[in-house]
Unconditional design. Structure first.
Lengths: 404, 523
């Protein structure tokens, strides 16, 4: 008895997605019935593409019904593949859309990770324009924002999005699921040039090592040169106590972050705006990250309408030593960037210190002085970092030394 | 059936095929901007005498049916209503129902705009009571027209174009029915008081001046004088008091929410930056704002930029909302010149603040006058359903050819100092920049900037704007470059729009010539 597979979403409010019903048949060829909102412009193209996807999945006999609400090709392909697989066919086969212009984007171990924008992995309508908001990273999320019954479909959709969608200059990140399912996620998405994997509920170093091994194996099989970086998320008391172990478990860990919803639940506290209940945990993450030589990154700010609150929260995070913040709405990105950027006063002060340091170096002096004040080496180090950041953000012209 | 008749088509100056005659009236095909010289004298209603009206000023009659009979309603007449209650209007339907009760037929309904709430008029068209609608049609009425079911041809006009058609005598209104949130027994009326307060009644002003007969319908009768008298009782024949003229919840919103859509906000910020960096935002400047999406959201960003730069506007043209009222209250502009009011803050401000002025389509938009202030608004931000690579735009139909929106003041606004169309580059796989728009509603030579979330295209005719924003860090791109990118995203070049065989409606230009046709679409 043939099993019917359904995937995607239907209804008046659905946008940029589609719904697929796939009924295998023993014979009789393919019966394709497509209703599409873009009939006038792309009706023929949609039908031709669906046939191509079905052929690619090795389907020869079936009745396929599609309601299309303006899904892009990579979405159509993902939904058809999910429906076919839910019907128990196409095992071991997949249909990959043509790679888009951003497919070959590269990243670097050292780079800004001030903002990382979460995109629910099963919501294709948010993918297309995500990079236009210029977050330092986009996270295609397979974990908490995806319902358990949709995990399989989201994995296919995210895989296709990584090929087809141009994420611009944003780092291409994926948050995988916990445990075994997370390793399957890695195997499915890493070949599509994932720059960084977020590992949820990190509680011990071995967990990171396992993901590292699977990512390395997959990357090598796929012939990718660049390592896939890792960002563990500490979300429990146990995770806090293992933070250093986690941060140093793999050479590919580049940042350590914290998830406060789960953490506060774990310690039996309410999450408050002031955040006294999580201060220790956040400081643990900063210290473990610094000890391991990776970037400490703060949690998300969940009130998307409170931009002032966000600004304050970023300033506080910066004060604790964090260098990044999670974003759940694109409009949070510019606020986060602005709040992490050094202020004009900070830049002025840093410039003076750097100049004093450089002139002391030139004169072979061991001690840096500004006026009558001695400047300690860590202060110089911080000033150098501020100047470097200001230059990178365009707040300071690279030839500023000549003008000073 | 009118549609089975052979309609003679002519090519206009932009190459669009348009009917030589519409509803038995000879038409002039569009000739180009400023190429058409009107002739003759303006229309006028008959001369009336005070001796025929009650000396005590009490023009009340018992019901709308009685009023219509007193005004001599007969077959084939033109009756009008107005859209100042938007989707909360009850009077449009009540008028057509009354016409049905009085067993009249072949009427032309001439609303200043129709809304989905007017879907019941379809039954009256089926029965022959209404022969056609001249006015914007969307929702179920738009579908009825696009399906080719309306007997006569639809005529779509801008707000300014409606005034022009009435004053030029192209449309003669036999009976105008004006829904009034506040009125006195003499017929003076305003929109700022009463349970159905909506702001201004000025969409009905031309009707009150040029129609043969005028009926005011109100649910809030006050003793003479109803002040302000936006509609003057001296033009009114009868006053009808009813229980309810509109659904307040659908007339204005309690408070206008600025869009939360990240992509629209991104676009709105880009538009505000453009207005600032092109040097338009300077002391004493003016701009137009709307109530929907980007057309409102850009004001929020512009306002902050004005504050930071210490710049004040002389006036803001509304669509007014809380956002504009705050600007007025904070001294960021001297006046709001308001075309329509979208929320309760706007209504209260128009009522209480003499600097919040109700304007009519005559002062703001009418092309056949001795000028109109729409030409010296410095910047307007508008939407569109499609634009083409020559900057022509469509605002009335969807890419499938179905009627979707009215023109509103859109065409009239194109005459501003800098016309910006703020449009998403992609809407659910529909590319917004096409090779040829489905229905031409605005000629590209009047459209200066097309702003999308993927970049800003400046009309090559506006070298001054191109120069002004050079080196300002704005993502200025060639329109064909944005188009190429979007076609690539959407899976290639779309099929060109299919032109039907039968004309179901026409789009008028502001001077009364015909800009384009709307074609029947098969389901």
């Amino acid at each position: 008895m043939a099993k019917i597979g359904e995937a995607g979403r239907r209804g008046e409010s659905v946008r940029s997605d589609c719904w697929v019903r796939f009924e295998p048949a023993p014979r009789g060829g393919l019966k394709l019935d497509v209703k599409t909102k873009v009939e006038a412009m792309y009706g023929d193209a949609v039908r031709a593409y669906c046939l191509k996807v079905l052929a690619g999945l090795g389907v020869k006999n079936a009745a396929v019904t599609i309601e299309d609400y303006g899904a892009l090709e990579f979405v159509l392909a993902a939904r058809i593949e999910a429906a076919v697989k839910r019907a128990g066919l196409g095992a071991g086969k997949f249909f990959l859309p043509e790679p888009g212009p951003g497919f070959k984007a590269v990243t670097a171990r050292e780079r800004f990770r001030r903002s990382r924008l979460y995109l629910p992995g099963n919501e294709p309508k948010f993918f297309l324009n995500a990079a236009l908001h210029e977050p330092d990273g986009v996270i295609l999320d397979l974990e908490d924002s995806v319902a358990p019954a949709e995990k399989d479909a989201a994995r296919i959709l995210v895989r296709n999005a990584l090929r087809a969608v141009d994420f611009g200059r944003s780092e291409r990140m994926v948050r995988i699921n916990q445990g075994e399912r997370g390793l399957e996620d890695v195997a499915a998405v890493v070949p599509q040039n994932v720059h960084l994997i977020l590992i949820p509920k990190a509680e011990k170093g071995d967990q990171i090592k396992t993901v590292h091994a699977e990512a390395e194996r997959t990357r090598k099989t796929a012939g990718l040169k660049q390592p896939c970086f890792l960002m563990p998320i500490i979300e429990s008391a146990r995770g806090c106590f293992a933070a250093l172990d986690i941060a140093t478990a793999s050479r590919n860990v580049v940042a350590l972050t914290i998830g406060l919803e789960d953490y506060t639940a774990d310690i039996g506290a309410q999450r408050t705006l002031e955040g006294h209940e999580s201060l220790w945990a956040r400081q643990v993450v900063v210290n473990a990250a610094r000890a391991a030589g990776v970037t400490p990154i703060d949690t998300v700010f969940s009130d998307v309408s409170d931009m002032e609150g966000l600004r304050k929260s970023v300033q506080e995070a910066k004060g604790l030593g964090f260098e990044g913040k999670g974003c759940i709405h694109p409009r949070q990105v510019p606020v986060v960037h602005e709040a992490f950027a050094p202020s004009p006063e900070e830049i002025e002060k840093a410039k003076r210190i750097v100049l004093a340091f450089e002139s002391a170096e030139k004169q072979g002096l061991g001690v840096v002085a500004l006026g009558s004040k001695m400047i300690d080496p860590p202060v110089v180090k911080r000033a150098l970092r501020t100047v470097k950041m200001a230059e990178a953000l365009g707040l300071l012209a690279s030839g500023w030394r000549k003008e000073s | 059936m009118a549609l089975t008749k052979k309609i003679e088509l002519k090519k206009n100056a932009l190459g669009r095929l348009v009917p030589a005659a519409v509803n038995s009236r000879k038409q002039v095909p569009y000739k180009g901007i400023g190429e058409h010289d009107p002739e003759g004298r303006r229309a006028a209603p008959p001369i009336f005498s005070a001796k025929d009206y009650p000396e005590n000023g009490d023009k009340r009659v018992g019901s709308l049916d009685e009023a219509l009979e007193a005004c001599g309603l007969s077959d084939g007449m033109t009756v009008s209503t107005h859209h100042h209650f938007r989707n909360g209007d009850l009077v449009g339907n009540e008028l057509i129902d009354a016409c049905a009760r009085l067993k009249k037929k072949d009427l032309m309904w001439f609303p200043s705009a129709s809304f989905p709430c007017h879907a019941p008029v379809i039954q009256h068209m089926e029965k022959g009571i209404v022969e056609r609608i001249e006015g914007s049609m969307n929702g179920p009425l738009g579908d009825y027209c696009t399906d080719g079911k309306m007997r006569g041809l639809g005529v779509l006009r801008s707000h300014g174009g409606r005034w022009q058609a009435i004053q030029d005598g192209e449309v003669h209104i036999d009976i105008a029915v004006i829904a009034a949130p506040c009125a006195d027994a003499f017929g003076n009326a305003n929109g700022v008081n009463g349970p159905a307060a909506c702001g201004s009644l000025n969409f009905a002003l031309a009707d009150s001046l040029y129609a043969d007969r005028v009926i005011v319908v109100t649910d809030h009768l006050v003793p003479f004088p109803a002040i302000p008298w936006q509609i003057q009782g001296n033009n009114v024949d009868c006053v009808v008091e009813v229980e309810k003229i509109g659904d307040p919840a659908k007339i204005v919103s309690g408070t206008t929410e600025v869009t939360k859509s990240p992509d629209r906000l991104l676009l709105a910020e880009l538009v505000a930056r453009f207005i600032r960096d092109a040097g338009i935002m300077r002391d004493g400047f003016s701009f137009q704002a709307g109530a929907g999406g980007t057309a409102l959201a850009f004001v929020v960003y512009l306002k902050e930029m004005m504050k930071k730069a210490g710049v004040k506007a002389r006036f803001v043209r509304g669509g007014s909302t809380k956002v504009l009222v705050q600007m007025l209250d904070e001294g960021l502009c001297d006046y709001i010149l308001d075309g329509q009011t979208f929320d309760l803050d706007g209504v209260a401000s128009m009522r209480d603040n003499p600097r919040h002025v109700a304007t009519s389509p005559f002062t703001s938009y009418n092309y056949h006058g001795k000028g109109f202030f729409g030409t010296f608004v410095d910047a307007v931000v508008l939407g569109a359903t499609e634009v083409d690579v020559h900057f022509n735009a469509n605002v009335v139909t969807h890419s499938d050819g179905r009627l979707l929106h009215g023109i509103g003041g859109w065409q009239n606004c194109l005459f501003s100092g800098c016309t910006i169309l703020a449009v998403p580059a992609v809407r659910d796989r529909i590319p917004v920049i096409v090779d040829e728009v489905t229905t031409l509603t605005g000629p590209g030579e009047l459209i200066d900037v097309i702003a999308t979330e993927r970049g800003i295209a400046i009309n090559p005719r506006r070298k001054d704007l191109l120069d002004a924003v050079k080196g300002k860090g704005l993502p200025v791109r060639d329109i064909r470059d944005i188009q190429r990118e979007v076609y690539q995203l959407c899976g290639g070049k779309p099929k060109p729009p299919k032109r039907g065989k039968d004309v179901v409606a026409v789009v008028k230009w502001v001077d009364g010539t015909i800009l384009d046709s709307v074609w029947k679409v098969a389901r």
